[in-house]
Design a protein. Structure first.
Ligand SMILES: Cc1cc2nc3c(=O)[nH]c(=O)nc-3n(C[C@H](O)[C@H](O)[C@H](O)COP(=O)(O)O)c2cc1C
Length: 202
């Protein structure tokens, strides 16, 4: 089959996010200028550069995470793993501004070192970030897509040393959680290695 998204897919559910899957989940903690805590998962999230470490998340509509990021210029991208899946999901509740999703989801905040928003204490890793860019993309029709993309540079990295094996981040142990399409998720259970080909001049 082929379809043009602007004309509809004709399927029971939109397959777009099932195709662009798995997506890592940026579990974003922020704090407002008045000190209100916020925590929410974003699967429109990824790393976009190694040097410097840059990450991005995208909010469909101006959600609290974006509002708080605009106020303070800082966020933490906490690592979502299989053992925290239910709490991660609970933190996506549409709680009124000022209600901390840490409390709602039964999670403990732990202080960050370089930024003001706290991290999720139980997360195996957390990236402390300072905002470098906020974009509002347009569609082909020139109209705003109603989306805000926040890019941040990672200024501090926390790793739970229990999740290191021989100094390497152990995905199989951590079971990195990712978002698929529909209501589906996946966790890393199998890892295999491949080396990149190198062109030989001779
Ligand atoms: C796994 C998961 C991934 C999500 N990804 C996104 C996303 O990429 N962008 C978005 O706008 N909302 C996403 N949501 C919904 C937000 O988490 C939800 O709207 C939340 O209430 C936003 O919180 P905030 O207003 O405190 O920032 C996701 C929800 C879940 C459960």
């Amino acid at each position: 089959m082929f379809y043009e998204p602007s004309k509809g897919h004709g399927l029971p559910h939109d397959p777009f996010k099932a195709i662009v899957a798995p997506r890592p989940i940026g579990w974003i903690s922020t704090v407002s200028k008045d000190g209100a805590l916020n925590l929410a998962p974003y699967s429109f999230f990824n790393a976009i550069s190694s040097h410097p470490h840059l990450v991005m998340f995208s909010s469909e509509g101006e959600k609290d995470s974006v509002t708080f990021v605009r106020e303070t210029g800082e966020f933490v991208a906490n690592f979502a793993s299989r053992n925290l899946a239910e709490k991660m999901n609970a933190s996506s509740v549409d709680a009124p501004r000022g209600i901390s999703e840490f409390g709602y989801a039964g999670l403990t905040p732990a202080p960050s070192q370089m930024v003001s928003p706290p991290r999720v204490a139980d997360a195996y890793a957390a990236l402390e970030c300072k905002v470098v860019n906020i974009l509002q993309p347009r569609g082909l029709d020139g109209a705003s897509a109603g989306v805000t993309v926040v890019m941040g540079e990672v200024v501090g990295v926390h790793i739970d040393e229990d999740i290191l094996s021989d100094g390497m981040f152990d995905y199989a142990k951590a079971q990195n959680l990712s978002r698929l399409g529909y209501r589906d998720y996946a966790a890393v259970t199998e890892v295999f290695e491949m080396l990149r080909p190198r062109w030989k001049a001779d």
